[in-house]
Ligand binder design. Structure first.
Ligand SMILES: *Cc1c(COP(=O)(O)O)cnc(C)c1O
Length: 412
């Protein structure tokens, strides 16, 4: 019998270039990451395989609002792993009920449906609102429409990319699911014009993250929600990125006192430890699902539920929404005060901030590379925007130190 060659243990480190080559050789090339190989994280810090320390200003696209390896979340995960990790929904487990109750009590809704990734939760919301449209609004079979916004990002499934306005997300992946209409973001009149007798829902990000931290005009969410209410259309907020404190409120819709009919959460609900997402709604919507209508092998598993409970508790107990609001306002002002020939605009809410680079200065990518060399990890989004979204547990002193390097890079 021949012995298969095995890789050395993970602790045996190689030079950065060797890891990059290995990933290049063995992975699909669906990302273009910065050339940094991380092997440790704590709070807002991460370290690469060469021992260099960085401030993580991306937070895994806001999945790490509580910071890397938050002790309360890690210990909840560890304890749960010692007891029970997976039951499937064929049986009950002792964590899911408490998790969903706590989530609903915090958000103020009747019920929640647990999934794993954000895209699955968005798909769940689409199914829920379509069925609600047929059953309660009497929309003729297979005619339900959902209105979405230009430059949206709701995930990468075929249905979801089918209603993206980004050609690259769609190119080569059709045919797509029908039943979606795209309107400009931030334009209530365009939304009004798009609504028809078969419109079941309006799906919107309260701030568009992937589009480049695009904040809609003041009043947009409130007016859009009021319009949806008048027209009997479900207002679906995708708070996967904006939720759980990121924008300075627990949910970004709170900025305009909007209570969505359907609230979609994910990312930080898993505390950076495990994928946990959910759709939250009142019974009117949730009850369209009957046994067998929808499901997920891993959704609501006890490990996910235990992690979700701890992640939510940390956001509340450490008042991360307020930290995000206060640190975010301060940090944004500091960024705006940097005299830079390259910056067109600094925008955002809470610690979800985008620095827009002028097209005459090239793209945002070289700025991110220069930041990396100075120990700051940020990622460009949509060519021209450097996104700053550190864990909400970040210390003001860490941001203060980062500002010195950011200023140096933006002035160059
Ligand atoms: C990240 C994100 C998603 C998709 O979440 P995944 O977990 O990557 O599937 C959906 N909507 C928004 C607003 C997001 O930021």
């Amino acid at each position: 019998m021949t012995t298969a060659t095995v890789s050395p243990p993970a602790s045996a480190t190689k030079p950065t270039a060797a890891y990059l080559d290995e990933a290049e050789r063995w992975s699909a090339h669906n990302y273009l990451p910065l050339p940094v190989v991380l092997d440790r994280g704590e709070g807002a810090w991460v370290w690469d395989v060469e021992g260099n320390r960085y401030l993580d200003m991306l937070s895994a696209y806001s999945a790490l609002n509580q910071g890397h390896r938050h002790p309360a979340i890690v210990s909840a995960a560890r304890e749960q792993m010692e007891r029970l990790t997976l039951t499937s929904r064929a049986f009950h487990n002792d964590q899911m009920g408490p998790f969903l109750r706590e989530l609903c009590e915090v958000a103020g809704y009747d019920a929640a449906l647990p999934m794993n990734t954000g895209a699955e939760a968005v798909e769940t919301a689409v199914k829920m609102v379509r069925k609600w449209g047929y059953e309660t609004r009497g929309i003729p079979a297979d005619r339900a429409e959902i209105v979405v916004c230009e430059d949206n990002f709701h995930g990468r499934t075929t249905t979801i990319v089918g209603f993206s306005s980004d050609e690259q997300y769609r190119e080569g992946f059709g045919p797509f699911t029908p039943g979606f209409k795209i309107v400009p973001y931030g334009d209530v009149e365009a939304l009004r014009a798009a609504l028809g007798p078969n419109t079941a829902g309006f799906l919107v990000e309260p701030v568009q993250g992937e589009a480049g931290v695009v904040v809609p005009p003041d009043g947009y969410l409130a007016e859009a929600a009021a319009l949806c209410r008048e027209e009997g259309v479900a207002f679906i907020a995708d708070e996967i990125q904006t939720g759980l404190g990121r924008t300075g409120r627990l949910f970004c819709c709170e900025w305009e006192d909007v209570r969505p009919d359907v609230l979609v959460v994910g990312k930080a609900l898993g505390g950076g430890v495990y994928p946990v997402s959910a759709v939250i709604a009142d019974a009117e919507f949730m009850d369209v699902f009957r046994p067998g209508d929808h499901g997920s092998t891993f959704g609501g598993n006890p490990l996910a539920a235990a992690v979700g409970r701890a992640s939510l508790r940390v956001v509340l107990e450490e008042d991360l929404s307020r930290r995000s609001d206060e640190l975010g306002s301060w940090f944004k002002e500091q960024l705006r005060a940097i005299p830079s020939p390259h910056v067109q605009e600094v925008r955002g809410k809470g610690l979800m901030i985008g620095v827009v680079i002028r097209e005459s200065s090239g793209t945002a990518r070289p700025f991110c590379e220069a930041l990396q060399e100075r120990g700051i990890l940020a990622k460009e989004t949509h060519q021209q925007v450097v996104r700053f979204a550190p864990p909400l547990t970040v210390e003001q002193s860490q941001l203060q130190d980062a500002l010195v390097d950011i200023a140096a890079v933006l002035r160059e």
